[in-house]
Write a protein that binds this ligand. Structure first.
Ligand code: PRP
Length: 205
């Protein structure tokens, strides 16, 4: 049996749609409800919804053979998995953003206060620039941090830019282009390689 971890929420629905288009359907997925596990006996496949941040955990530990995870989450968690395919959905950018009037030179003599849900991405980016930072980890509504003076900048996902604009914030730098990726457990890729290659082939068409 092939086990697939999909991220619960907006991106997960796009990912599931790709599987559906490729011929992998699971009864009950579209029904409103709280079920998390769906089985297709004919295909000998099972898929389950997990929190987006947890997809790499399920795949790395082999509970899921494959999964769909945002590149942001892969960059942040750096799991020991294979990244097999860019699914080309959920396209957005990881950015540094701040108030429109923000000026880096005003905080030159101290650590830059960076609010983010992605502390590792923020640390990697600023260590590459040789800039000392003070990371403030938040869970959502990042835009509030510079507006209320909790941080100088944020490191966050920008899709349409609407959230930034509506809070008088602007992009300062782009750290990475993001999208959903198909990932695989390393030993599943070896022992169920044929089945996984077939999934890749069908997802690409
Ligand atoms: C993400 C991100 C921004 C917003 C950007 O939040 O954190 O707030 O989307 O999208 P936009 O550029 O199209 O406005 P999400 O909606 O995933 O919720 P969160 O704040 O709980 O992370």
């Amino acid at each position: 049996m092939i086990n697939i971890a999909l991220p619960k929420g907006r991106l997960g629905e796009k990912d599931y749609h790709l599987f559906e288009k490729a011929g992998y359907e699971f009864e009950g997925v579209h029904e409103a409800g709280r079920r998390l596990v769906f089985v297709n006996k004919e295909l000998d496949m099972r898929c389950f919804w997990v929190k987006p941040f947890d997809v790499p955990v399920y795949v790395e530990r082999g509970v899921a053979d494959i999964g769909a995870a945002g590149k942001d989450i892969l960059m942040e968690r750096d799991p020991d998995v294979y990244e097999l395919l860019d699914l080309n959905v959920g396209k957005c950018r990881m950015c540094v953003a701040g108030l429109e009037e923000f000026s880096e030179s005003e905080c030159r003599n101290r650590a830059l206060r960076v609010a983010t849900e992605f502390p590792n991405i923020a640390r990697d980016y600023y260590s590459g620039l040789g800039r000392e930072i003070d990371v403030i980890v938040l869970r959502g509504s990042l835009e509030l941090a510079p507006v209320l003076g909790l941080s100088d900048v944020i490191v966050d996902i920008v899709e349409t830019g609407t959230t930034l604009r509506e809070n008088n914030l602007a992009v300062i730098a782009t750290i990475a282009e993001l999208s959903a990726r198909l990932i695989a457990n390393k030993s599943a890729f070896k022992f169920k390689g044929e089945a996984i290659h077939e999934i890749i082939r069908r997802l690409q068409h």
